[in-house]
Design a protein around this ligand. Sequence first.
Ligand SMILES: Nc1ncnc2c1ncn2[C@@H]1O[C@H](COP(=O)(O)OP(=O)(O)OP(=O)(O)O)[C@@H](O)[C@H]1O
Length: 612
Amino acid sequence: MTTTAAETMPLRALLARIWRDYLSRHKGSLVLSILLAAVTGLLTAALLKLLEPAVNGLFLGGTAPISLFGLVEFPASKAILWIPAAILAVAVARTLAAIGQAALVNRLGHTIVGDIQVRLFGAMIRADLARLRSQHSGGFVSSVLFDANLVREAFTSGVVTYTQNLLTLIAVLIYMGFIDWQLTMVVLLGVPMVALVLRRFGRKTRKAAVGAMTETENLSTALMENLDGVRLIKIENREAAEEARVGEVVARRQRHVIKGANARAFAGPSSDLVAYIVVAAVMAYAGWRAQSGEMTVGGFAAFIGMLLAAGQALRQVTNLATVMAEGFTAARRLFGALDIEPEIREAPDAAPLAAGPVEVVLDRVSFAYAPAADGGAPTLDQVSLRVAPGETVALVGPSGGGKSTILSLLPRFYDVTGGAVTLNGRDLRDLRLHDLREHIALVTQEPFLFDDTIANNIAYGRPGATQDQIEAAARSAAAHDFITALPQGYDTRAGEAGLRLSGGQRQRIAIARAFVKDAPILLLDEATSALDTESEALVQAALERLMQGRATLMIAHRLSTVKNANRIYVIEAGRVVEEGSHDALVAKGGLYARLARQQSLDGAPVNVETVA
Ligand SMILES: Nc1ncnc2c1ncn2[C@@H]1O[C@H](COP(=O)(O)OP(=O)(O)OP(=O)(O)O)[C@@H](O)[C@H]1O
């Protein structure tokens, strides 16, 4: 993934951004869940505080009235009723607060995950083609599926565990201070030790998290690649080899995941150890003080109970540090991905493009896929061509010459690096992107069908199209008959199931899609080259109907399909080397004539009849 500022963002800025982009909209629930977490934390400490009067009142047989938190006072004889009742009341309140807080935080956390996922997808689908092509799709998939959840975990743990445990810790320390402040000072000596443990494990988790995320990305890519290439894998008997390759990725990922899980798991017991060292110190000191009668048994019991609770809270906070480390690493990655601005953007003052016929002109267009600074050689060099409304213009030439690249420039999949493409005299880059693409229909060699009904696939570019419009388009595309012969007609699902459709049928659905769109510019990319003769005749006839009245720019490898074009441009090594009608170019005896000769079946010198 490309590095952006977000990936090295300091923690404060990261938190500020999480707050601004995701949390601030849920202020109400957030504040409420923090409040509930605080109540849970305080009530946990309160439960422990009850130990003191409980032990003193129930076991030591004192006669002095007993006070609970200075709120209720009752005679020692009633302790057996009041104390259990108080414990129960506090416990129920604590449970309710904890449940409420968990419910709020879960909803909030998952809402945020969904929010991140949708935004990520939005960024992905709007990203420049150049970027999408240069990055493994697995990276996007693992970000959407996994990274977003790591952020949620950090957030949930952050808001809930942190608030709750920190408050438990503070309340417990305060209560402890009331019981015996000197002893509390002894306890506080443990804090720097725990901080040290936390830092150490936090660093390890962070490192493991980065490694695990990269490998999750690799794993997603490997899985998708294998599914895409399943035919090749089978025909070449490479199942075992692929299994081994994926096995290696899994093993690498596992190593990081185990390291991370270990760091997380070891942090708890290590901070426990510190806590027990403190307990031991407290025992020694408290024992000594109890002997001199400065501490009651109840006080001591409550103190030790609180100490253990403090240890527990500390342990949770320790875990938290590692979960946070993972979450922030994921957040940095996510923001990194979200922050890459597409380079192909609409100008702020972009002009609308009115519906109607359009003339396309390429004026000395140059283009390179990679910037010259990165050693990118130009793919197109001073290409000039024009297509008037109603005209069909063909691009022919040797493989790799730049024909597909020319087509990609029209919908601004890429922007020219020199010269200009104009529609009705206006530079593409000055037009509204939506309007521009609305004016172009594209029929490619391998039409893509979504896993949706045939009707919806045909209406993809015009979601409001009526059934009549869809059927009319299908008739014009010579697709109506085979569609109605399908089990559910227009409601048959294509896409995954569409694999059952033949190449020609898919092609005709794509043509029907273009008919429905009814755009004034038509781009055809070798639309008939993969078909058998009969299918080709049907598709060819449909295409000819489609081309009528539009400005058509088509790529064809087979010259038979371009014979009737108004003009043919021969593209070689990124340049227009010849231009003219079929007859003129054949007569010229240059590259086109040579290609035509190569393609005539009998190898005879080409003339209009044999090429056809
Ligand atoms: N996404 C890309 N990134 C970098 N280089 C590319 C990309 N797409 C194409 N190229 C390069 O640009 C040149 C022109 O390719 P293009 O696909 O436009 O040729 P073409 O004439 O359509 O070829 P063919 O007839 O084989 O489809 C080739 O050298 C190709 O390697």
